[in-house]
Design a binder for this molecule. Sequence first.
Ligand SMILES: [Mg+2]
Length: 259
Amino acid sequence: MERPHSTRPSSLTGSGRPVSYHPEPVKYRAVFFDAGETLVHPHPSFPELFALVLRGEGHDVDPVVLRESIHVVSDRFAQAAEDRELWTTSAHRSKVFWRGVYVKLLGRLGLSPTDELAGRLYAEFTDLANYRAFPDVRPALERLRTAGLTLGVVSNFEEWLERLLESLGLTPFFDVRVISGVEGVEKPDERIFRLALDRAGVDPSRAVYVGDSPALDTRPAESVGMLGVLLDRRGRHPDHAGIRITTLDDLPAAIGLEA
Ligand SMILES: [Mg+2]
């Protein structure tokens, strides 16, 4: 059932007595989340794990060069989105995608990418044990759930995100889970957002989408009519024009729940 619309406080009734004023009821009924860098992250971090694997294979890595080259990963994501590559939709496509990332990074480090090395990196980065939830995730989800909101995940991720959420104990929070590797459609394609809205039975005007990428997350979500909230954990988008938070601790207040 829809929640009643708020009524503006009017100072007096016909009888001359003040009307009791209820604060603005929560407008939103559902909150959907991106996964990577929003809910979960590699642990050790991507560059740390990358260096660790290489060291294990006898290659010393210059951490400065690695740090300066790490944009290769986000550049590759952006390119895949622009070209609508559907890189998550099969194990083969995912391997090709990541191999391309590793080859670029290894090249910058002066190493030649062998199949064995690429395979070893892929195995580590798809190992559930090498991921964690950010510490602000669970408290925020609990707060939103207590407020009666439907929660969901909409993610460009291989199908194993289901197992990752399960292993992190997050699955019970999410009534709706739309994973590109399962559905065959990736953000920023608006259909993936509509799929989540349909499954939740929520109108876009009553839904929030939280993610770390303006291009993949907030922009397409807003274009289907949801409220986009940019989660800018690393301060990469200080001039973002829409709603921007740097921790999920600030999400309830950002969407009109009391702090
Ligand atoms: Mg993300």
